[in-house]
Write a protein that binds this ligand. Structure first.
Ligand code: UD1
Ligand code: MG
Length: 313
């Protein structure tokens, strides 16, 4: 009897050890590197005043901002193509400057346009709904608009824990079967996962504009020849941009934050009446918890990835 119990114990133990080793093997170096570096740099950033208040919590804790800068530097170590590297670095610069000195819109637009230079190719056509469309020199205008819009669109679909980095993980996973350079994309996903672990509710860090602008440039450079599919993946960001236009163009008042209101008594988020997709979702669902809202928004993003696949095939 005792012998049988001991045998069972050892066989269970060896299964657990094998399972743990497999999990450890599958955790990529990029994820661990990002998680550790962000955890270590966070307090330093707070010390230098690069921090922000988590507005959807009762105690409004002060958290390190701009952690996308740390994650972005790590990602750059793993990018293989020079054009993608230059473009991503440009996005990281614009975002980091915005995090630190609140860059003016005009400089962000000029910077994003300059970031197109490494991507310049002598192309004139795009594929839209399976049809080859001749754009001529307008092709470059089309790509410039992508460079300017993509990072900004990610940055304004934000304001709740986990959403900024979560949406980019879904988009990157969606791009996996589509782009040629799978290794670089996997590195991006692993870095993003390390950051997500710390930005997930309740956040320990904020990813900042550096993560949003860098990711925008990274996606445009990785999916330069697949922008129509990327547009489907980014349908939530397209809808959010359209909803935001009256406020962004100054037609309606645009406050510093357009995020939902926080009901501290019930610890839920309530629609704030500003033109965002998040507020539309909250209007439909009624007040819900921050974590639940993030998962709903990510689920919408996943659906859009599958819509993108349907139109591609
Ligand atoms: C964009 C949005 C703004 C939104 C903000 C939230 C537009 C035009 N701008 O501004 O409406 O409120 O993003 O990121 O749409 N924060 C939280 N919880 C989070 C994430 C952020 O409380 O989960 C707060 C923190 O105070 C943090 C700040 O938002 O410090 C970061 O805002 P920032 O990224 O600088 O705002 P913008 O990108 O300028
Ligand atoms: Mg931002």
């Amino acid at each position: 009897m005792v012998r049988e119990t001991m045998n069972n114990f050892w066989s269970n133990m060896s299964t657990k050890i094998t399972q743990s080793i497999n999990v450890l093997r599958s955790v990529q170096m990029e994820t661990l590197l990002t998680y550790t570096s962000v955890s270590l740099c966070g307090p330093l950033f707070v010390k230098f005043g690069i921090s922000g208040k988590d507005l959807h919590k009762r105690e409004k804790p002060v958290l390190p901002e701009a952690m996308g800068l740390v994650a972005g530097v790590i990602l750059c170590l793993f990018i293989r193509q020079p054009s993608v590297l230059l473009c991503t670095m440009a996005g990281l610069w614009i975002g980091a400057l915005d995090d630190i000195i609140d860059l003016r819109w005009r400089y962000k637009i000029i910077g994003s346009a300059l970031a197109y230079l490494p991507l310049y190719q002598n192309l004139t056509t795009v594929v839209i709904f399976g049809r080859l469309i001749y754009l001529g020199p307008l092709y470059h205008v089309y790509m410039l608009l992508w460079c300017i819009w993509c990072g900004n669109a990610i940055n304004i679909h934000a304001g709740i824990n986990g959403l900024e980095v979560g949406q980019t993980i879904v988009m990157a996973l969606g791009l996996l079967p589509i782009v040629d350079d799978t290794a670089t994309l996997l590195s991006y996903i692993c870095v993003a996962m390390g950051l997500f672990a710390l930005n997930y509710y309740p956040s320990m860090v904020f990813v900042g504009d550096s993560w949003c602008y860098m990711s925008g440039m990274f996606f445009v450079s990785m999916a330069q020849h697949e922008t129509e599919t990327l547009a489907f993946f980014m349908l939530p960001q397209i809808v959010n941009t359209l909803l935001s236009l009256p406020e962004l163009t100054g037609y309606c008042e645009c406050p510093r934050h357009r995020m939902p209101k926080y009901d501290a008594e019930n610890d839920v988020l309530v629609a704030s009446g500003k033109g965002t997709l998040m507020n539309i979702v909250l209007k439909i669902t009624g007040p819900i918890h921050e974590k639940k809202l993030m998962w709903i928004l990510l689920a919408i993003q996943v659906v859009c990835v599958f819509i993108g696949y349907t139109f591609k095939s």
